[in-house]
Each structure stands twice: as C-alpha cells, then as structure tokens.
Design a protein around this ligand. Structure first.
Ligand SMILES: Nc1ncnc2c1ncn2[C@@H]1O[C@H](COP(=O)(O)OP(=O)(O)OP(=O)(O)O)[C@@H](O)[C@H]1O
Ligand SMILES: N[C@@H](CCO)C(=O)O
Length: 293
C-alpha cells in the first residue's frame, strides 16, 4: 500500500488562507502491520531524530486508526519525502492528509477525498494547502461550519512552477504572528479585488493578467523582510519573464509560474544569482492525494 501527497503553494499573493495549487513534488508513505512499531525515513528529514519517533504523521495516524478500529496495532512505516520542511511548500499539509488517508486504508475503510479534506481541517484550520494537497490543481477554498467548500481548476502542462527554496526554514505559526491584527478598509478591498482577479485569471487561463492580479497587501511584505533576498528573487523572476511570483505559503520558498519555454532561463538566472538557494522547475500536479492499493 502506497499513499502519496503533493507539495502545495498557498496564498498565491493576495489569496491569504484561500488560494493554493499543487506541484509535482511528493511525499510517499508505505506501511504494513508489524509486531513492532518502526519508522524509516528516506529523503527530507532522514537525519532528523525527532521524526523517528512519534512524529506528526504517526500521531494523526494513531488518532484515526484507534478511533476507526478501537484496536491497538503496530505498523512499520517507510517514508520517502521530497517536500522540504517549513519552507512554505505545504509539508505539514502533506503529512496530515497522508496520515488520515493511511489510517482509513489501514482500517479497511474507503472514504471520499472530500471527507479526508474535512478531517484535515481539524489539524490545519486554513484550507489553502490541504485542499490542493487532496484535490490537486488550483483551488479556491473557504471553511463554513467545519467543512471546506472549494472550486478547482486543472492546470495545463505548458505552464511550469519554478520554486526558489532558501536554506532557512520559516515556521508557519511564527510567520502568522508577524502579521497585523487588522487591515484598513482600503487594503481589504485591494486584496479582495486582487484575489477575485487571480481566481478569474486561473479559470479563464488569462495568464498575462496574473502579474497584476497576484499583488498583495496582507502578508508578503512583512514576511519577506525576515529574508530580504526574497525581494530580489521576486524582482529577478519578473524581469526574466515569470507570469507570477509570490511568497509560497508563509515562506521561505518563493513560487514563480512561467510558460514552459521560459522556465529554464528563469531558473538559470535564479540559480546564478542565488547559489545558496535550491531552485527547482516543477510540473503542476492535478492528482492530489494518490492511493495505490
Ligand atoms: N515529512 C514529515 N514528517 C513528519 N512531520 C513533518 C514532515 N513534514 C513536516 N512535518 C511537520 O510539519 C512542520 C512544518 O510545518 P509548517 O506549517 O511550519 O511548514 P510547511 O507546511 O512546510 O509550510 P507552509 O504551511 O507555509 O506551506 C514540521 O516542523 C513538522 O512538525
Ligand atoms: N495561508 C497560510 C499558508 C501557510 O500554511 C499562511 O500564509 O499562513
């Protein structure tokens, strides 16, 4: 049994806690019942001893497995992690979604993606990462009465994501404390109208509109000040032909989108100017959570 979940880039500029999309960089987990509990990690986090014990995946898996079966059973888990942690690429959402899906599979209970998404809300209250993690593609989402309501758009193969991943992690909970407690009416209207335009641009495939639409006054500036090189990453990405370039989630990664034919040149310029950062060119993911039985 293998379960995999893609990385996600949330906010997409103005759509704070509302917009997100999935990219083709996956965390995968294999598991089977075993006499003893064990965790083996390959890839991201393999040298982190904290993840070998009762990590976020294991505690969510146990919560659900115990609730569903009323049984105690040990499992052997093997993780193949590609999503860097605390870099704004939805590593926590991927873990939450894969743990909930794995527990249901282990208990022999088939459950819809929508159900898994609603369970995920318990662990991450904003839906902008968990929704594309489950559904794939571009998603606009909100929460009403503990349920996610979302609209999804398939992303074309002629677009690529270029992610610039700094060597410094940013913890989401900490990054949320950097934000103002309230916003002026003018800035609220600014973000509302730009979010609406961003959603329209994705649904109408009006990619040239995104550079203007994806501007934000809610969170990016305050967070980018923590790592000021990010202002130069954004400037260079736009000068090199990116269609949009936004802080990914709460950072530290910067997400840029470009036409396939421009993506190698943009990535090369970013690599040259920021040799300490990892620059990856990725396809978009339209599958979300994948369960291979
Ligand atoms: N592969 C993993 N295995 C176990 N726990 C993980 C894994 N990946 C992430 N986590 C947990 O999630 C935390 C990171 O969550 P955080 O929300 O800060 O970052 P992120 O999800 O990568 O970023 P963002 O939400 O901005 O996209 C880690 O400190 C760890 O507790
Ligand atoms: N919308 C979230 C995404 C990161 O999890 C934030 O910006 O804090």
């Amino acid at each position: 049994m293998t379960i995999s979940v893609p990385a996600t880039s949330a906010n997409l500029g103005p759509g704070f806690d509302s917009l997100g999309l999935a990219v083709d960089l996956r965390n995968e987990v294999e598991f089977h019942p075993s006499k003893f509990f064990s965790v083996s990690i390959k890839g991201e986090g393999e040298n982190n001893p904290r993840l070998k014990g009762n990590n976020l995946f294991v505690s969510i898996f146990n919560d659900h497995y115990n609730r569903l079966t009323q049984k105690k059973q040990n499992f052997k888990f093997t993780f193949y992690n590609q999503i860097p942690m605390s870099r704004g690429l939805g590593s926590s959402s991927a873990v939450i979604v894969s743990a909930i899906a794995s527990a249901h599979e282990a208990a022999g209970i088939r459950v819809s993606k929508r159900r898994i998404l609603n369970h995920a809300l318990f662990y991450e209250s904003h839906p902008d990462n968990i929704t594309p993690a489950v559904m794939g593609g571009f998603n606009a989402a909100t929460v009403e009465k503990n349920k996610v309501f979302s609209q999804r758009k398939h992303l074309p193969t002629y677009l690529k994501a270029i992610v610039t991943i700094p060597n410094k992690p940013i913890n989401t909970l900490k990054a949320r404390t950097l934000l103002p407690k309230s916003y002026s009416k003018e800035n609220a209207i600014y973000n509302l109208s730009h979010t609406a335009l961003t959603v329209g641009a994705f649904f109408n495939e009006d990619w040239e509109m995104l550079k203007l639409a994806a501007q934000d006054r809610f969170h990016q500036k305050a967070r980018m000040k923590v790592l000021p090189e990010l202002f130069s990453v954004q400037k260079l990405a736009y000068e090199s032909g990116a269609l949009m370039s936004t802080l990914s989630g709460s950072g530290s990664t910067f997400f840029s989108m470009a036409y396939d034919e421009d993506s190698a040149m943009i990535a090369n310029k970013l690599k040259q100017k920021f040799p300490d950062f990892i620059v990856k060119t990725l396809d978009f993911d339209n599958n979300g959570l994948v369960i291979e039985r």
